[in-house]
Design a binder for this molecule. Sequence first.
Ligand code: XMP
Length: 317
Amino acid sequence: DWTSDVFIDASIADLKAKIGSDKVVMGLSGGVDSSVAATLIHRAIGDQLTCVFVDNGLLRKNEFEEVLDSYKHMGLNVIGVDAKQRFYDALAGLTDPEAKRKAIGKAFIEVFDDESHKIEGVKWLGQGTIYPDIIESVSVKGPSATIKSHHNVGGLPDFMKLSVVEPLNTLFKDEVREVGRALEIVETIIGRHPFPGPGLGIRILGDITEEKVKTLQEVDHIFIKGLKDHGLYDQVWQAGAMLLPIQSVGVMGDERTYEKVVALRAVGSVDGMTADWIHLPYEFLGKISNEIINRVKGVNRVVYDISSKPPATIEWE
Ligand code: XMP
C-alpha cells in the first residue's frame, strides 16, 4: 500500500543512485509540486541542487518576494530572477491563448537556460511534473488531441542538454501534499491552491499589458485574502479572477462609467481533471464584489463563474 514515508524513502534512494555526485538545477514556481520535488531532491543530494525562481511578471501580488523568502527559510539554495520585462516584451500584442502559452514557455526556457549556464557542470534538470500534467498534455489519442500545452511537460529543447528528473510524476495532487507534509514543508506552501505556470497571463483574456496585470493582481488579492479571512480558502481546490476583454456601463456618483468586467472563479476538484463550481455564500460574494469595485480602479462589474469542468475548463484560456 502507498504511504508517504515509503514513497519518500524509496524516492530519496532512487534519486541518490540516479544523480550520484552530479549537479541539478530546478525551476521553482512557488507551488506545491515544484516545492515538494525540490525538497525531495534536496534531501537526497543537498547542495548539489540549485533552484531558480523566475518573476515572469504574471505572478500574484507580492508572490515573488513572499515565496522567495519561504524557500530561503527551507534551506533551499535559490536564485531569484526578475525577468518581468522580458515576458511583457515577448507577450506584446499576442491574444491567442496557445500563442501566449508558447511565448511564456519560450521566455521561461530562455531565462532558465541563461541562469543554468551560470552554474558550472549541471547535468540534470529537476521538475515538479505530477501525473495529471502528463495525461492532460499527451492524451491517449496522441499529441493532436492535446487540450493545452503545459509548458512543463514534453521535454526540453536540444540546446539545454540536461537529463530530466521528475520525482513526482507518478503522484496525484493529494499524494504530493501528503508527501510535502511528511517532509515538514510549511502549510502556507502545502495548502496553496494550484496556479498555472503561465500565471495571470492566461487569466487576462486577450493581450497582456503591465497595467492589466496590476489591475488583476489587486482583484485577485482581494478575492484570495477574502477567502482566507472567511475560512473558505481550504474548502476550495482553486480560485482566482479573470480580467475580461470587454467593458460595461456603470454609474459612479453622477457619472456614467464604462469600465472593465472581472469574473471570479472558485472550484472544487480532486485532481483538476474534473471540477465543480463552489457555492460560495452570497454575502461573501457581495462583500468581495463591493470591495473590488470600490478599491480597484478601472473595474465596475464583477461576475461569478458557475460552470463546471467539463465542459468548461478551470482557466478561461
Ligand atoms: P484547465 O483550465 O485545463 O486546468 O481545467 C486544469 C489545471 O491545470 C492548470 N493549468 C495549467 N498549468 N500550465 C500549467 O502549469 C498551463 O498552461 C496550464 N493551464 C491550466 C489549471 O490552473 C488547473 O489547475
